[in-house]
Design a protein around this ligand. Structure first.
Ligand SMILES: [Zn+2]
Length: 225
């Protein structure tokens, strides 16, 4: 019984964390006009928490518990969620270290997704928040469809160290150890996409010099010690 109780309170805590992350994404200005997003957090036992497809004014009691196989295990399950379960589940299955998956239509990142252009890593923010390589593009398939999910699985296989993917003609998928870390990276990616686009009128963004990642890591390690 105690274990079940623990499970319930940690689920509640994770749901509250997703609510806080939704608020943070709005406050950071990285949401699209519609407020569309779906956010998830891994639970024990091949399950995860999943928000509905629109997270404006999200409440913890709107967050569902779903199995990796797409089964609803508890809480509300709106029809939009059943379509997106696999988009999140495929990341958890491929990456045991991932604890949270966030999907948004962040406008500048989505511009790269609709142009089928990978987003290069050319800002220090992106480097620091864990994406030291370009954000690759997953070929289009209807949301949650076998084609789309297979595309994500193949991309994770081909790019084993990426923490984000652009979904062609759709939006952005970011993952990390926990919802807050993933949100930090998502915001860094949207900022980087904005900067990349803005730099085009100035002749285009320029790559880091060789060894930039190592230099940033060394600087972060020095600051932390
Ligand atoms: Zn979407």
């Amino acid at each position: 019984m105690d274990i079940e109780k623990d499970d319930e309170s940690s689920q509640r805590e994770s749901a509250e964390e997703l609510v806080a992350v939704a608020e943070r994404l709005f406050a950071a200005g990285v949401m699209s006009h519609s407020g569309h997003a779906n956010l998830s957090a891994r639970l024990s036992g091949d399950r995860f928490l999943l928000t509905p497809g629109f997270v404006t004014g999200l409440r913890a009691d709107q967050v569902a518990v779903v199995g990796m196989d797409g089964r609803a295990v508890g809480g509300p399950m709106v029809s939009a969620s059943t379509e997106i379960v696999n988009m999140h589940g495929v990341v958890y299955r491929a990456r045991p270290d991932v604890g949270a998956v966030l999907h948004t239509h962040s406008p500048a990142a989505t511009a790269f997704a609709v142009a089928h252009r990978p987003l290069p890593c050319r800002t220090e923010t992106m480097l620091r928040f864990g994406q030291a390589e370009e954000v690759p593009v997953v070929p289009w398939g209807p949301r949650g469809s076998e084609v789309s999910v297979r595309g994500i699985a193949e991309l994770l296989d081909a790019c084993p160290t990426t923490s984000a993917a652009l979904l062609a003609n759709h939006g952005l998928l970011v993952f990390g150890a926990d919802p807050r870390q993933a949100a930090d990276l998502l915001i860094a990616i949207e900022e980087s996409a904005e900067a990349e686009l803005a730099a085009r009128v100035l002749g285009g963004a320029v790559d880091f010099p060789a060894g930039a990642l190592e230099a940033v890591r060394a600087s972060m390690a020095r600051a932390a010690s």
